[in-house]
Every structure is written in C-alpha cells, then in structure tokens.
Design a protein around this ligand. Structure first.
Ligand code: PEP
Length: 249
C-alpha cells in the first residue's frame, strides 16, 4: 500500500466556464488540508481556466487523454508537452469509454502511458472487465492482459504509473463492485506489478473507479490494496467529492 491515497475526479465531457468556477470554488473552500492527493481531470478546453483556479490550492490538474505523438499532423490531439504547459500532473489513459468509443487497443494504451511518462505526466492507466467478461469468469485474464501490455512497453518505468481498476459494468451505472470484489482484483494487479517491478510495486497506487460515491467510499478506500479512487459522476458535486476526499488517507 502506498503512503498517500489519490482521489482523482474525472469530469468527462461535462462543465462550462461558469460551472467549473463554482465547483472549484466550493472544492477549495471545503478541502482544507487533505490527507490524500487530489486531482481533477478536466476537458482539454478548460485546462487553462482550471490551472489558474487551482493554483495555490491542494487540488492538482489532470487531463483525460494524451496523444502518443509529440507533434505534427494529428488533428484533434494534445501532446504531453502541450498538457505540461498548463501544469497537468496526471493524464487518464485507456479509460473504458475511450477503449469502447475510440477503438483504443491495449497497444495504444501502452503507447499513451509511455508518452505521458516521457513528458513527466503521471498516467492513470485504466483497466477493467465488462459484465459479459465477469460473468464468463474472465475478469483476471482481462485486467492482466490490459496491464501486461503497459508493463511490456514501459518496463521498470511502471513504478511511476497509477493504475485504476474500473469494472466497466460499474462505471456510471450506480452498481459498485463490493469492497471484497474490488480488493480481489486489486490484489491480482498488485501481484502482477510486484512481478514486474518488485520493490516498487507496493508504492504504485491502484485506484478503484466505478460508481464510487460519498456513501461507499470509506469502505472501498479501507481495503488494503485500494490506494484511492477515480471518480466520475460524484466528482461533479462538491459535497460528494469532498466527502470522498475526507474518507481517504
Ligand atoms: C469514471 O468515469 O472513471 C467513473 C468511475 O465514473 P463513475 O464514478 O460515474 O462511475
């Protein structure tokens, strides 16, 4: 288990200049000095706004994606160097919505992880099984395959990544993995990291994501191999996100 947990909000494609300003104002007022690290992963057009608004607060900035390329003819993409100019500390890579709607393969996710690391941005690498895969007893096999691709390309550098276990059936559905279900998968991922990065594995944060909310956060976050949360819907509501932050260590 790593010393400080990480609570990262994934705003997805939500927000506006006005809504972001009031959400961040409420978060800054309520966050105090958190025991955990906190990040908000915002839509790219709002990076400049949010960089200014979180300056001097415990909140740090994250992006929701990163290009595998450094620059050039890649319409619509943002490079690690560009994100870095806006103070981005984290980039979500391989979120299931990008795997599903944008055809991101395990190889692309591994390359995006490498691109983030090359820019000194901490990748939050998402893995997780669908409901059909869980019901077919394939959960372990799927998450291990997804993480193996990242380990294969990034080698010992994986000591610098954050992993997020996000069962696809729990994302945005209100269905949360039970603490025991989540812990079981986290233990599998920890063992895989241990195999790849031995002495660093204990320090690699493995977040849980999938309908984590103010009511269930404390129990999930108390599991031995759960080192934080990646929060979608509840990160858009200041009181809920603040309660989750308060439940973390
Ligand atoms: C996510 O999008 O990463 C997520 C976990 O969403 P939610 O919390 O809304 O299930």
């Amino acid at each position: 288990m790593s010393s400080k947990q990480l609570i990262a909000g994934n705003w997805k494609m939500n927000g506006s200049l006005a809504a972001n300003a009031s959400l961040l104002e409420a978060l800054k007022q309520g966050v105090g000095t958190p025991a955990c690290d906190v990040a908000v992963c915002v839509p790219a057009p709002y990076l400049a706004q949010v960089q200014t608004l979180v300056a001097g607060s415990p909140l740090t900035l994250g992006a929701q994606d990163i290009s595998v390329h450094a620059h050039g003819a890649y319409t619509g993409e943002q490079s690690g160097a560009m994100l870095k100019e806006f103070g981005v500390r984290y980039a979500i890579v391989g979120h299931s919505e990008r795997r599903q709607y944008h055809g991101e393969s395990d190889d692309i996710v591994a390359a995006k992880t490498a691109a983030a690391l090359a820019s000194a941005i901490t990748p939050i690498v998402c893995v997780g099984e669908t409901l059909a895969q869980r019901e077919a007893g394939q959960t372990e096999e799927v998450v291990k395959r997804q993480l193996a691709a990242v380990i294969h390309v990034n080698g010992h550098c994986i000591s610098e990544i954050v992993v997020a276990y996000e069962p696809v059936w729990a994302i945005g559905t209100g269905k949360t993995a039970t603490p025991a279900q989540a812990q079981a998968v986290h233990a599998v991922l920890r063992a895989q990291l241990h195999h790849a990065a031995s002495e660093h594995a204990a320090g690699i944060r493995i977040l849980y994501g999938g309908s984590m909310n103010a009511a269930n956060a404390a129990e999930l976050l108390s599991q031995p191999d759960i080192d934080g949360g990646l929060i979608g819907g509840a990160s858009l509501k200041a009181p809920d996100f603040l309660q989750i932050i308060a439940a973390a260590r």
